[in-house]
Design a protein around this ligand. Structure first.
Ligand code: GAL
Length: 414
């Protein structure tokens, strides 16, 4: 064995004796589906802050929400849970709660005053039988249109002020050689588009009656029927590359001015930012056509599976503290395109679209929960399949689709 220089042995021992051994970082493997340019930049804020606070973030990203949630479920059920897993607000993780896989965070929530510093709808969506089971990290909204300034200028038109002007505006974009609507034809993206139409053309009450009250008569009523007709008509306004395209690749069409607008949650805003695009000059944003609609709030939480050993629990506690610290909340959400979940942080620097969201969130009659809050993942799946089949078939029977939708909502949770 090579002889180690005596001075090295001595000095090492001295240093060790002098400086206490740096504690091993608290390792936390975090599963999530934030893989786009804007999303990766945002999650890096969490990772860097956690590492700086004495943790070690082990990133386990899985592209696509559905794939990530399936992977997360099988890790937990398979007995090899990570330290933290991303979900959306609401019922997506209810099964994990009901089967006792998740840490009860009620004590942390009390200690950190979550009920005082977070919106009541958020507290309700993370509480099961009076106990808290998830860490909220942001407030997103699903009903946004991201509008290319160049594309609309090229067509000599502007965002329509009423639904009567909607298709004439899209025809002008088409005539100018621009793809009017940038859509990634995946079921969840088509749902976001359909709910944007239902909310804006049908009005906030129509949306609420369908997704909150599960009112079948409204689904069979004239406003829902009109929204289905509008959705069907839009098939003629997307490009040939639409089928199966990811949401962020679709946002890129608007960023480049090849397409007029995309309807997508405000995580799209993170892509404009990552591309160095400026609100007001390169793009604008609208929550609907006209102002009959509400604000379909959504967003992300992290659940903390029960793990063996105290080390992971310590790492989980440090994660919670890091993700919810005021500075991290402001920095993360600015890059992510969402709004901080804490209402006690400085929102003066939130961008103009975010300011519209903040204002709408102050109007109770405008607050609409995303379907993840109000229907089960099973019902969500049935609606996705029905809408995807409807969208894919230009001869689809609108009445049959409406009946499928009504049956699924009526059967929700049974
Ligand atoms: C949503 C999530 C957002 C966003 C989006 C696209 O479910 O809440 O944070 O990332 O998926 O991946």
């Amino acid at each position: 064995m090579k002889k180690i220089a005596s001075w090295l042995v001595t000095s090492t021992i001295l240093v060790a004796a002098a400086a206490p051994a740096a504690a091993d970082p608290l390792k936390a493997e975090v599963m999530h589906w934030w893989t786009s340019g804007g999303e990766s930049a945002a999650v890096k804020v969490f990772a860097d802050s956690f590492d700086k606070a004495g943790g070690q973030w082990i990133d386990s990203a899985v592209a696509g929400g559905e794939a990530a949630r399936a992977a997360e479920m099988s890790r937990v059920v398979g007995g090899n849970p990570p330290a933290a897993m991303q979900f959306n607000y609401g019922k997506q993780f209810a099964e994990l709660v009901n089967n006792g896989y998740l840490r009860d965070l009620t004590a942390i929530a009390k200690e950190e005053n979550w009920a005082k510093i977070m919106p009541p709808a958020v507290i309700k969506a993370i509480t099961f039988d009076g106990k808290v089971y998830a860490v909220p990290v942001n407030v997103h909204a699903n009903n946004w249109a991201w509008i290319s300034t160049d594309a609309f200028k090229k067509a000599g038109t502007e965002w329509p002020k009423s639904w009567d002007d909607f298709f004439p505006t899209l025809d002008k974009l088409k005539a100018a050689g621009v793809t009017p609507l940038a859509l990634g034809a995946q079921a969840w993206q088509e749902r976001i588009l359909f709910e944007f139409i239902l909310n804006s053309e049908g009005g906030a009450d129509t949306y609420r009656k369908v997704f909150v009250d599960h009112d079948v008569d409204t689904i069979k009523g004239p406003k829902f029927k009109a929204a289905v007709a509008t959705m069907g008509k839009l098939r003629a306004y997307v490009d040939d590359g639409s089928a199966g395209r990811n949401w962020n690749d679709t946002t890129a069409l608007v960023i480049s001015g090849k397409a007029g607008f995309q309807v997508m949650g405000d995580w799209s805003k993170g892509e404009f930012r990552a591309a160095g695009k400026k609100h007001g000059t390169d793009y604008t944003c609208q929550t609907g056509v006209g102002d009959a609609g509400g604000y379909i709030y959504a967003g992300d939480v992290f659940v903390l599976p029960k793990n063996d050993g105290a080390e992971v629990a310590k790492a989980q506690d440090l994660l919670v503290k890091t993700m919810l610290s005021p500075d991290v909340q402001v920095a993360f959400n600015a890059i992510k395109g969402s709004i901080p979940v804490r209402n006690d942080v400085d929102t003066s620097k939130v961008d103009p679209c975010g300011q519209i969201g903040l204002a709408l969130l102050k109007q109770p009659e405008k607050q609409l929960p995303a379907p993840t809050f109000t229907i089960t993942p099973d019902t969500d799946g049935v609606l996705n399949d029905a809408l995807a089949a409807f969208w894919a078939d230009k001869n689809a029977d609108e009445g049959a689709f409406i009946q499928q939708f009504a049956d699924a909502i009526a059967a929700d949770g049974q």
